[in-house]
Design a protein around this ligand. Structure first.
Ligand SMILES: Cc1cc2nc3c(=O)[nH]c(=O)nc-3n(C[C@H](O)[C@H](O)[C@H](O)COP(=O)(O)O)c2cc1C
Length: 451
């Protein structure tokens, strides 16, 4: 039996996932706008043989509110500006050779034809390394930039997302693999029988097709999904090759993996064709004590007010500021933003008896993802435990700031994992699908797979 191996994404969330990371003496906050840092970080991740880099996205400045944006403005962290990620991955494709390139695009404030075209283009440019992180927009601030007073309702966002996915996937199948003949002799550029019109008519979209980009090297770019509510999981089970999630203990990771794979099987998919990567912030030192010191330095930089603002975002209509910060977290009303993340935080507070301030600081540290502090051995032990327990296929790595913690992971943890035989020493292939071990979906018009 071949040994199970870990898969990794590097979450390039500049200037850092820790709300105060950018203030660290070694941090380079200018990573947010300067492309050459993205090149450097992506090459580091590729040197470490990580599967992919990953960019999240929100089309708004955080905390700016809906249309009347000025009154409620409360900055939540350093991250307020960043480069548009689909453009960034296109540029990174030209200066890398193997690593996957995943960028987020929301289904709530985009049109499927544009998204299908953009990601198919990057798949061609990169030789089959593009991925689309399909989200429904967790931050309500986006609404104000797209003509709305209020964010679209959670249920409607997912209905639209589901139809959006069908349209995008259908457009990616517009041309069969061998549709283009380029036959100078006969003058036949392409075979018309291998061109397919989508002719989609649904509740949210009418799209005739076909796409004006040929079927791409991966057949379809990799689809990642990161919603964990019930409807979010259902969409992931049907559509995703890769799932980003946020469990913090093995038991919850196992339950999530079991649930998602069972749902995928109901859609006729093989459970192994979905790779599940919980978020993880590793703080690595040469020894456990050195790693702990690194964490303490970071925590001493955190401003409680910014941490509270991050918590306030998950509290829906409840004004969390009216409560004693050193008292328990009150019951929270349903959120229209990130339902699953809210549930995770409520459970974390309950299980560990955390005060409002402690919950806020935890969120400010990792955005609610798991924190793992220690030597390369301590970190590798935990990653191995999750892999062998079936609690994860790998991890989406969050870094408190850039670039040093990414270098620490690649230089200290990766060799330890390779020594244990649970991480690759060379890329298996040239496409992201090959490296993740996920198949090329059959073209819906011919039902023929590939490769
Ligand atoms: C690792 C990770 C990255 C995410 N990135 C984004 C993002 O870039 N933009 C966004 O709007 N939501 C993002 N989300 C949120 C979800 O994709 C989802 O839209 C949101 O949580 C609401 O869905 P849910 O209630 O099903 O969880 C991310 C979630 C995770 C776990």
């Amino acid at each position: 039996m071949s040994q199970r191996k870990l898969h990794f994404g590097a979450f390039l969330y500049t200037p850092g996932n820790h709300s105060a990371g950018w203030r660290h003496p070694d941090a380079v906050p200018r990573t947010d706008m300067q492309f050459h840092y993205y090149v450097e970080m992506t090459r580091t991740a590729e040197r470490g043989r990580l599967d992919t880099i990953f960019f999240q996205d929100t089309a708004a400045v955080g905390g700016s509110g809906a249309l009347d944006g000025t009154s409620a403005y409360r900055p939540t962290q350093g991250r307020q500006v960043w480069l548009e990620p689909a453009t960034v991955i296109a540029a990174l494709a030209a200066v890398t050779s193997h690593i996957g390139l995943i960028a987020t695009a929301t289904t709530t404030y985009n049109e499927p034809y544009n998204v299908a075209r953009r990601y198919a283009t990057v798949d061609h440019i990169s030789g089959g390394r593009a991925g689309w992180n399909l989200v429904t927009s967790q931050v309500e601030d986006e609404a104000g930039n797209f003509g709305l007073e209020k964010h679209v309702d959670h249920a409607v966002r997912y209905e639209r997302a589901s139809e959006f996915y069908d349209v995008v996937a259908g457009l990616w199948d517009s041309w069969e693999d061998d549709a283009f003949l380029y036959d100078k002799e006969s003058g036949q550029y392409y075979d018309t029988s291998k061109l397919h019109f989508l002719r989609h008519r649904g509740a949210h979209f009418s799209v005739r097709g076909p796409l004006n980009v040929a079927r791409s090297p991966q057949g379809r770019p990799v689809v990642a999904q990161a919603g964990s509510s019930d409807v979010g999981r259902e969409l992931a089970a049907r559509s995703a090759d890769l799932v980003f999630t946020a469990q913090t203990v093995v038991r919850d990771g196992q339950a999530f993996c079991r649930d998602l794979r069972a749902r995928a099987e109901r859609y006729g998919r093989r459970p192994d064709d979905i790779k599940i990567l919980p978020g993880l912030m590793p703080i690595v030192g040469r020894t456990d004590a050195e790693a702990q010191e690194k964490l303490e330095t970071l925590q001493s930089l955190m401003d409680d007010r910014l941490a509270m603002a991050a918590l306030a975002r998950l509290c829906g209509d409840l004004d969390i500021y009216q409560y004693d910060p050193d008292g328990p977290l009150p019951p929270l009303p349903p959120s229209n933003a990130a339902k699953a993340r809210q549930a995770l935080i409520v459970e974390l507070a309950k299980d560990n008896n955390l005060t409002i301030r402690q919950v806020a600081r935890y969120l400010g540290t990792t955005q609610g993802h798991r924190l793992l502090v220690g030597s390369p051995k301590t970190v590798a032990d935990s990653l191995e435990e999750w892999l062998l327990a079936g609690a994860a296929d790998g991890f989406n790595l969050l870094f408190p700031y850039f670039p040093a913690p990414l270098n620490d992971f690649v230089d200290l943890v990766v060799p330890e994992l390779q020594r244990r035989g649970i991480f690759r020493t060379e890329y298996e292939g040239r496409t992201l699908r090959e490296n993740l071990g996920v198949p090329i979906p059959p073209n819906r018009f011919t039902r023929q797979g590939r490769g």
